[in-house]
Design a binder for this molecule. Structure first.
Ligand SMILES: Cc1cc2nc3c(=O)[nH]c(=O)nc-3n(C[C@H](O)[C@H](O)[C@H](O)COP(=O)(O)O)c2cc1C
Length: 380
């Protein structure tokens, strides 16, 4: 079986480098990863996105992943800031021009973007970036968002069938030189062809963030990276969660799969300082209305996790979109990242309430500890 460690795309894309624990950014195109009303929270501002992307790039972060969002989570307040998110494709193209080494992703919904458009846009961004592009494909789960397009919110199983057709078409458009017909249940394409082809061969890396069993099989079959929520704090259970993804990829599809997760970071000089800040933004100024809207929509339309598990993670969803908790001193944060790595996680996307200040602290104090522990190398 081919290992991603020997992947030819390693020549241009750091996602395939040999750092044991890869790092990235998540949610820089929008309001970040917290539901809070504090003024320092991101508001989809380009200058902040540029400044943070550049710091991550210089520090050797491997990935920069935006989220795909067309609408906020409070139905009776359509203008609520939870809907603030720059378009992922154009954001990614521009981000490649203010960075020089990190991988840059777009996150694309299946039902809102035709595969011919996606294939050409992805190939274009891959060329613009010099082969550093990646595609995070999501099946779409937020019904009011899809309603705006008049796009059908398919039942869970069909959603992933449609995503499979979408990816099949993309892969053919990226690799085939002859025009082809495609007659599927969701797409009908006459003499389809797309030029130029992407720079990365056979095509750019694909990430998927499905949480259900169907989502896991989809990631195992089609993706290079599964992007998962770590639900447990127990290292053994985390390892079991990660192994399940890898085993599904190996045993059912003969493939190797990187497993990534994401985490929210609050780094303080002391544990107390970090905890106080978490309390300030997530408890005193937490946006409970957005959280309630999100929880309700997720419960109705996804199979991300059982309802009781989701309720248990409620605070985590508010504080950091359900990400793993990295709160405390640099030492504690490095220890927690080590725990994820030893449980088999290949990469962690990070987010802060104040991205720029947060990543500076992280790069100054936490990153050297990870290098010291052999989890990563300093960039050349
Ligand atoms: C880490 C992570 C990131 C995600 N990013 C997005 C996103 O940007 N846009 C979106 O519509 N859905 C996003 N999702 C939702 C997933 O695509 C998926 O619908 C959800 O995890 C539920 O899983 P299921 O579809 O397998 O039931 C994300 C999920 C996770 C776990």
């Amino acid at each position: 079986m081919k290992s991603w460690k020997d992947d030819p795309r390693a020549e241009t894309n750091p996602l395939f480098n040999d750092n044991r624990l890869k790092l990235g950014l998540f949610g820089l195109n929008g309001i970040g990863i917290s539901m809070t009303s504090v003024p320092e929270a991101p508001n989809a501002r380009w200058p902040e996105s540029v400044a943070t992307s550049r710091i991550a790039d210089e520090a050797g972060f491997e990935a920069n992943v935006p989220y795909a969002r067309w609408r906020g989570f409070i139905e009776e307040q359509p203008g609520h800031r939870s809907g603030l998110a720059m378009d992922c494709y154009t954001w990614a193209a521009a981000t490649t021009q203010v960075t020089s080494r990190s991988g840059v992703f777009t996150t694309s919904h299946v039902p809102t973007v035709h595969p011919l458009v996606a294939a050409k846009q992805c190939a274009t961004i891959d060329l613009i970036s010099g082969g550093r592009f990646g595609l995070n494909v999501v099946a779409g789960w937020n019904k009011p968002e899809l309603d705006m397009f008049g796009a059908a919110m398919r039942d869970h199983h069909d959603r992933y069938d449609q995503a499979a057709e979408w990816i099949d078409i993309l892969r053919r458009l990226w690799t085939e030189d002859e025009a082809f017909d495609f007659d599927g249940a969701y797409y009908s394409i006459k003499r389809g062809i797309s030029l130029p082809k992407p720079m990365q061969k056979p095509f750019p890396p694909i990430m998927n963030a499905g949480g259900s069993e169907r989502g896991r099989h989809f990631a195992a079959k089609y993706a290079d990276m599964a992007f998962v929520i770590v639900k447990s704090e127990d290292p053994e259970q985390i390892r079991a969660e990660v192994d399940l993804y890898r085993r599904t990829a190996r045993e059912d599809y003969g493939r190797d799969l990187q497993v990534w997760t994401f985490a929210y970071v609050v780094q303080g000089e002391t544990e107390q300082e970090a905890r106080d800040y978490l309390h300030y933004y997530a408890v005193e100024h937490g946006d409970d209305r957005a959280l309630d809207g999100w929880m309700e929509l997720q419960g109705m339309h996804t199979q991300l996790m059982p309802k009781n598990v989701m309720e248990d993670l409620r605070f985590r969803f508010k504080a950091g979109n359900g990400g793993f908790e990295l709160v405390g001193t640099a030492d504690r944060i490095a220890e927690r990242l080590k725990l994820l790595s030893s449980a088999g996680i290949d990469g962690v996307l990070l987010g802060w309430v104040g991205f720029e200040d947060g990543i500076r602290r992280f790069v100054d104090r936490t990153l050297p500890l990870l290098v010291q522990d052999g989890l990563r190398r300093m960039p050349a």
